[in-house]
Unconditional design. Sequence first.
Length: 133
Amino acid sequence: MYGLIKSAKLWYKELTRYLMANGFTQCPSDDCVFVKREDGKDPIVVILYVDDIHIMSKRAEDRDWVRDILEQQYQKITAMEGTRLPYLGMMIIKRKNGFEICMRSYIEDTINLYRKKLMKYVTPTTPGLFTVD
């Protein structure tokens, strides 16, 4: 499937089917967010973006369980865990009372990429543009 025009959609359908077969429900407001809720436990949230999968849960056992079922079905997967995770050009930073989402590196990379081009241009207006007669 990799590299075909429809491969992303086929992968999404396959992964959706597999997650739902393992007790996840699809979020009604975002088709790429899946949640598994069990009585007395915190929810497990899985977010899909093409071939990137973000797993969120307070319990490490729950995150490990999702990783294990994905590896059982799809063989080797690459996983990262920690308090600072890069994801789709963002940096997700775990804080005591929640998460911070930062795009500093993306912004800096964009500025550095266009810095020379941007410095060539000057504002094409006169100093009195907003002067009212």
